[in-house]
Ligand binder design. Structure first.
Ligand SMILES: *[C@@H]1O[C@H](CO)[C@@H](O)[C@H](O)[C@H]1NC(C)=O
Ligand SMILES: *[C@@H]1O[C@H](CO)[C@@H](O)[C@H](O)[C@H]1NC(C)=O
Ligand SMILES: *[C@@H]1O[C@H](CO)[C@@H](O)[C@H](O)[C@H]1NC(C)=O
Ligand SMILES: *[C@@H]1O[C@H](CO)[C@@H](O)[C@H](O)[C@H]1NC(C)=O
Length: 529
């Protein structure tokens, strides 16, 4: 990635000529998402590209052997000053003192430098910008990453082109621990580069979960080691496959930015593409007593189905270090099951009557037992709860149906399950105008329930389904619309002022553009280069 960025710059350099420095900072500090507590003083310090350094604090439990931080220091130096060497020596510093260093101090004995982020990762930090050395303190590397982003957002350019920062103090921690973006690589394949760019932009917005809806009816791009035919026959083509190497690149790129990668393998519905490479996995549909040529959901009555799922998810649990796997479970179409005489017979034997939700329940329960045996947790779409599947108490339910989602939040939490909210944040729906305001206005805890229930809402997801999205339009459709969700999930509940948000978001969007994220404009205007 670093190489690609460099190559891009060299090309731009040739186009622009070396005399045009590419400025990277804004004209005023614009924090997004707004931290928990910020105090900016009127005292300015200046920084120069050549002498300013981000280093490990003397008392930090992490040192130069922490690759995650070393990489972050290098990245953020570039984000602050841009990619070009523009000599600062012609600039007139208007008497402010110079800030020489940012010391990053990890205070916990275990910095978690080599770990993967998870649901309990500590992202809190404290940032004190005073002459002569700014100090960023965090218990773990995850907080340091968030604090570096904040520091980079505080630096701006004065009217003479000098990089400056107000002396300041920031104390910060997220309101919700789960702050996700859903991408869909089945309806359209997304090249690796698009996914990595999405992770970059997520870090700029302090989002921390990539919900990777990797396969669906339309294509199966995941290259399985145990079942290579799944992608060989189920992907759009050989060029539309994620190899094990691709997957590990995504996971590591995400880890270095404090982002979890939660894979979703949605069953028993949404599985048409699975059937191409795995014989007898799907239910054959019937017309009367005749088999048709079409197939329905996963066939829940065969032992081979569970043998397959067991091997498949064992592999998935090893490939993804993440503690949770998303099992889908949404929109199961019962018609095909109903048409199949063997399924009918199976239902009768088990006294399920005509209630196909019981059959779905039977399937999901067996699947959950399989996942549990791999020591992973699981997330399911709301129908699994709605259909009365018996769930383990540590199940996470993702609420996606837009109508009555507040009632659903109340019901799911009343039953004691943790919830991720996606319903009001389906970013694949687009409308004229500033729809980010609608996403911004959502209050996730605005439902009838006790404090105990509210505590079960662990966060939310901005979902960008892929029917009308591929590499050409994913980035501008996602940003800065997902930024609105990011602030709602990170910042304190009372951060809701739309005018203030507009000013900060417009600048944040320009900052993303300067960092090579093709984020769309909020409204009329322009970006300072
Ligand atoms: C930062 O410092 C400048 C110079 O004193 C001051 O004009 C500005 O208001 C300060 N910014 C904030 C947000 O306080
Ligand atoms: C580092 O720790 C020592 C011993 O606890 C303390 O005296 C010193 O002030 C600390 N330095 C910094 C920069 O925090
Ligand atoms: C999260 O990661 C930390 C550091 O690796 C680990 O100590 C902790 O047990 C993990 N928590 C869970 C719930 O897996
Ligand atoms: C499926 O497995 C069950 C339990 O292991 C066994 O009793 C049953 O005979 C098997 N069915 C078939 C068709 O093999």
């Amino acid at each position: 990635m670093a190489l690609q960025v460099l190559c891009g710059c060299v090309m731009l350099l040739l186009l622009l000529g070396p005399q045009v420095p590419l400025a990277s900072a804004a004209r005023h500090p614009a924090l997004w998402p707004l931290p928990m507590s910020v105090h900016l003083s009127e005292d300015l310090l200046h920084l120069t590209r050549e002498s300013f350094e981000i280093t490990h604090g003397p008392n930090s439990t992490a040192g130069p052997r922490c690759f995650l931080l070393e990489e972050a220091f290098r990245r953020y130096h570039e984000y602050i000053f841009g990619y070009f060497m523009s000599p600062d020596d012609h600039l007139k510093f208007s008497g402010e003192a110079q800030l020489q260093e940012l010391h990053v101090t990890i205070t916990s004995a275990d910095s978690e430098c080599d770990a993967y982020p998870n649901s309990t990762s500590d992202e809190s930090y404290k940032l004190v910008v005073h002459w002569p050395v700014a100090v960023l303190e965090a218990r773990k590397v995850w907080g340091a990453l968030r604090g570096l982003e904040t520091f980079s957002q505080l630096v701006y350019k004065d009217p003479y082109g000098v990089y400056v920062i107000n002396e300041s103090e920031v104390i910060d921690a997220p309101r919700f621990g789960y702050r996700g973006v859903l991408i869909d690589t089945s309806r359209h394949f997304l090249p690796l580069k698009t996914i990595l760019t999405t992770l970059d932009a997520m870090a700029f917005n302090k989002l921390n979960v990539l919900h990777w809806h990797i396969v669906d009816d339309n294509s199966f791009p995941y290259q399985s080691m145990a079942f290579p035919d799944l992608s060989k026959k189920g992907a759009y083509s050989y060029a539309h496959i994620y190899s094990q190497m691709d997957i590990s690149i995504v996971i590591e790129h995400a880890r270095l930015r404090g982002i979890r990668v939660i894979p979703e393998f949605d069953t028993p519905g949404h599985t048409e593409s699975w059937g191409k490479g795995q014989k007898d996995l799907l239910t054959p549909c019937y017309q009367g007593s005749e088999k048709t040529n079409s197939f329905g959901p996963v066939n829940p009555i065969l032992n081979t189905t569970y043998e397959f799922m067991s091997r498949f998810f064992k592999e998935i649990s090893r490939v993804f270090p993440e503690e949770y796997i998303h099992l889908g479970g949404d929109e199961v179409d019962f018609d095909c099951w109903e048409s199949n005489p063997f399924v009918t017979e199976f239902m009768k034997e088990r006294s399920f009557g005509k209630d196909y939700r019981k059959l779905e329940s039977y399937y999901i329960q067996r699947l959950i037992d399989i996942i549990s045996s791999t020591n992973k947790g699981y997330i399911v779409w709301q129908e699994v709860f709605d259909n009365g599947v018996k769930l383990k108490q540590d199940t996470i339910v993702e609420v996606w149906k837009d109508s009555f989602y507040r009632k659903e939040l109340a019901d799911v939490t009343a039953a004691g399950y943790a919830v991720v909210l996606a319903a009001p944040w389906y970013l694949d729906y687009i409308t004229y105008g500033q729809d980010w305001k609608k996403y911004y206005a959502v209050e996730p805890l605005d439902f009838a329930g006790t404090k105990k229930q509210k505590d079960l809402v662990i966060g939310g997801t901005a979902a960008l389904w892929g029917e009308y999205v591929d590499a050409t339009n994913l980035t501008p459709r996602l940003w800065p619309r997902a930024s609105a969700v990011a602030e709602r999930l990170w910042s304190p509940k009372n951060v809701r002022n739309l005018d203030d948000a507009y000013d900060r978001l417009a600048e944040h969007r320009c900052r993303m553009v300067r960092r090579r994220i093709a984020a769309e404009p909020l409204y009329v205007g322009y970006c300072e280069l």
